[in-house]
Every structure is written in C-alpha cells, then in structure tokens.
Design a protein around this ligand. Sequence first.
Ligand SMILES: Nc1nc2c(ncn2[C@@H]2O[C@H](COP(=O)(O)OP(=O)(O)OP(=O)(O)O)[C@@H](O)[C@H]2O)c(=O)[nH]1
Ligand SMILES: [Mg+2]
Length: 381
Amino acid sequence: MGSIEEEIERLEEEIRKTPHNKATEGHIGKLRAKIASLRIEREKRAKGGGGGLGYAVRKSGHATVALVGYPSVGKSTLLTRLTGAESEAAAYEFTTTTIIPGMLSWHGANIQILDMPGLVTGAAQGRGRGREVISVARSSDLLLFIIDGQHLEPRGLLKELENAAIRVDRAPPSISLTKAERGGVQVESTVKLTKVTPKLVTDIAREFGIHNALIILRQDVSIDDVIDSLAGNRVYIPSLWIVNKADLLDTAARKKVLEKMPKVRVHFISAATGEGIEELKDAIGHALAFIRIFMKPQGKPVDREEPLILRRGATIRELLQNLPMGLSSSFSSALVWGRSAKFPGQRVSRDHRLEDQDIVTILVLRGRGAATRSPASGPAA
Ligand SMILES: Nc1nc2c(ncn2[C@@H]2O[C@H](COP(=O)(O)OP(=O)(O)OP(=O)(O)O)[C@@H](O)[C@H]2O)c(=O)[nH]1
Ligand SMILES: [Mg+2]
C-alpha cells in the first residue's frame, strides 16, 4: 500500500516542479490522470483488505444527509437540535468517534441525518476516521458543511472530498463513453474544443485502461472534466454551507464571513440557541427536492392521504422499490396521470420519469404467482 502512496506523492511532486504552460499542459494532464487512476487502485485495495470498516450505517428514510466539518464545530450539537437524537457534544476535539444517525421529519419526508467524527487533513488517505467519514459522505444525498464562524477554513474541507472523488455542487461533464471491442479510441466533439485535444483525451483514456471506445464530448470540457468522466468513480452531491456558533458573531463578524465565502450561500445558525434552525430545516428539505406520488389502486379512488415520497428524477423503478415486495417482480406496466404524463392515464414502463403530484396505477402480470406470495401487496386487479 505504501508504494501507491509514494507513487502518488512522486507524481504530485513532478506536477509541482513542472512549469505550467501551453506546452506542458498535456503532460500535466496525463500525470493528473495517473494520480486519479492510482487513487482508484488505492481504494480498491483498502476495501479488499478484509479489515472491514469500523461500522456501517444503514441508510433509512427518504434521503440521507451527512454533517461534514472539522472537530468541535458543533456537528453533534446540531444533530441533536435537528433530530432530537442524542450525540455526545463536548468542548474537546474528536468527541464523536462513530457515525450517529438521527431522523428529521419535514412535511412528511423522513430525512436521515448522520453526525460524523470531525474530518481532518489527510482524511482521503485514511487519517483519523477519514476513510469511514468519506465513504459515508460519498453515499449521502446532501452534504452539510459545518464551519465555526470564528475559525473559518472552508477550502480544506472541499479539498479532502475532492481527493476522494466527491464532486460538490457540480453537474457531471457532458461526455459520453461507449466502450468497444476494437478500433482504438475515437474522440468526437459536438462543440469547438479550446482546452483539450483529441490526442490528450485518448492519452487520458489510456491511463484508465480504456483502449477501445467512442468518446463524445458535448461541451468545451477541461482536462479535469475528462479525468472526472473517464475515471468513472465520481459522485456528484449538492451541499449547504452552514456557519455555526452564530451566537458568538456580531454583525461585523458575520460580514467578514460573507466576504470570505463569496461564492456560496451561507446559512448562519446557532445549534446552541436554536437561531436559524427552522430555516435550515426548510433549506435541507428544498435541497433534497422531494416529490409526492399518489397511488391509485386499479379500479379504486386515488389515495390522497399518504403520498409516496421520492426524489426529483425518480422513475417508476424507484417507485416500485418503495412499494411492497413482490410488486416489482409482477410489474407489467403503469398508468400515469399528471405532469409527467403526455395524456391522462398514459401507459408507461419502469423507465418513466415521474413528477411531483403524479398519480400512478401499477398494473401487474396475471398468473405469475406474485399475488399469492404477497396477497396484500397488489392493487385489486
Ligand atoms: N456558543 C456556541 N457553542 C456551541 C454551538 N454549538 C456547539 N457548541 C459547543 O462547541 C463544542 C463542540 O460541540 P460538538 O457538538 O461536540 O462539536 P462536534 O463538531 O460534534 O465535535 P467532534 O465530535 O469532536 O468533531 C461544545 O462545547 C458545544 O457546546 C453554538 O451554536 N454556539
Ligand atoms: Mg461530535
């Protein structure tokens, strides 16, 4: 394991020493791709090591939110304030040593909030409880970055996550990759490229072991975009930036915070006094973009009492996952009314994308035995 680490450091050193200009851009791009590919290798080995993680958190609720921040910024105090869950808070660092879950209920949606050990520099390489913290952050739907208004160092937090292949508040670059059996790497673009050449894209692809493929660039991508896309392990997660301990900040101090963080919307809160907490709950709920789906069992009226809660972009497939077992295996098609339907009662398949307040009827295959496996689950057919 040590040797991968050394190799990464050697490459980083080489990038630092190389003068950055048009002529060296391609070389540096390849080095960066090499680092990205070594990091993936490092992750694989860490996982395959058999040591196992110290804990695993079971996701529950309609969405999962991770509290990310340096030690002692007030993450545990905030978890308790948002969810009522007990998580020890104390005036010394590294009070929290495992992941502690709590549940926030927001307009019928259950939002799992995870308190985590404080993040430290070098977390991506496994320092502190870094690896666990990062793997939980990676699988969450929203990141809450908690900072202490008196000790601002927001950039470092992002850097740790970037190193762990997490991309915050960004959309995946518009690049499509279709692997092939032979023919080498073909690069095509639908726009004029000003930051990369097809040759460089081919070289980067090679670093990730891609030797035969069609790569289509649909925007004027940067070298980093190409690396992100071809590495294939990036996750894209939205975030909220929260400055805690606002009770200790006067107007001038708050102004200073805003000047230091011009690019993001900052939420000032106090987990101790409760200031800003209701607004934060709403911000979390809105950021998670829930949609409500009303079920209409076949031949029966719409159930308007208990909508199913999903996330924006969800399809019938995700809807089935939230319905009683057995329905998915006996699914034949669905009827949809509402914003996502081309006309009322449109018949759709599993891939159909739903919209807020759609009404759905699930149709099941007859005579497949599914009904006998879970008699209560299907709509009366
Ligand atoms: N004044 C003030 N103090 C706070 C606030 N929130 C938390 N604290 C205090 O800050 C200290 C650290 O709080 P914790 O909630 O344990 O912080 P943490 O981020 O969970 O810390 P680790 O688990 O060590 O990473 C405690 O003494 C809290 O009482 C706040 O809003 N205002
Ligand atoms: Mg804590």
